[in-house]
Design a protein around this ligand. Structure first.
Ligand SMILES: C[S@@+](CC[C@H](N)C(=O)[O-])C[C@H]1O[C@@H](n2cnc3c(N)ncnc32)[C@H](O)[C@@H]1O
Length: 201
């Protein structure tokens, strides 16, 4: 998984500029009134960091790609944002009940290893484990129609994202399927890539 993101890290922000430009307007509403620690899962280049900090939250960015985390260091120093290199689909190196806001922006959950349902269930379990009571969860869930516009369809729910001589497979089914596997009390609404799941734990 990381080979693809390692390779695209340096130009990720330019490639995703249209999405990034809307970030502030996109993130501000769900964060109103939230305090404490935000965990930005699959934080990438730290696109969300300034907005989370501006909302008064302390921020932890978690990502498996070292080059992405290095890019994220340009957005915020280690003193401002803690960066953690970890795999979403293994146990997260975070304490139980330590997080107030859990975020997964863009298609962070699109690359599950092995059985997708099992992988997403693990993410849901970890979210529940690290969340403090009442924690906010915001997860972007791309629609297959969004994926079909930007990626090459290679099978049912499967798309290929090719860039810079590397490719990664994305598993993008109907958002309700990912939501069911997460097993969290989230509601589906509209999101930048199709759907966004929001709720409190
Ligand atoms: C499409 S980018 C989104 C980055 C950022 N959230 C944003 O909105 O700009 C997906 C990010 O998820 C990370 N990622 C994907 N699978 C992961 C995994 N299994 N563990 C940790 N990070 C992962 C990638 O390294 C990449 O930085």
């Amino acid at each position: 998984m990381t080979a693809f993101f390692d390779r695209v890290a340096a130009r990720y922000d330019r490639a995703f500029a249209p999405t990034a430009a809307d970030t502030a307007a996109d993130l501000a509403p769900p964060l109103v009134g939230r305090t404490g620690v935000a965990l930005d899962l699959g934080c990438g280049t730290g696109r969300a960091f300034p907005h989370l900090r501006a909302a008064g939250l302390r921020v932890i960015g978690l990502d498996a790609s070292r080059p992405m985390l290095l890019e994220a260091a340009r957005r915020a120093s280690a003193r401002e944002v803690a960066r953690v290199r970890a795999d979403l689909y293994a146990r997260w190196p975070l304490r139980d009940r330590s997080i107030d806001v859990l975020l997964a922006f863009h298609s962070v959950l699109a690359h599950p290893p092995g059985d997708p349902e099992r992988a997403w269930r693990h993410v849901g379990d970890e979210m529940r484990r690290v969340a403090r009571a009442g924690a906010l969860v915001v997860v972007d869930l791309p629609e297959p129609s969004w994926a079909a516009t930007y990626l090459r369809a290679v099978g049912p729910d499967r798309f290929l994202h090719e860039a810079g001589g590397v490719a990664i497979e994305a598993v993008i089914p109907a958002p309700s399927r990912v939501l069911a596997a997460l097993g969290l009390p989230l509601s589906l609404g509209e999101g930048p890539l199709g759907a966004r799941a929001i709720g409190e734990l």
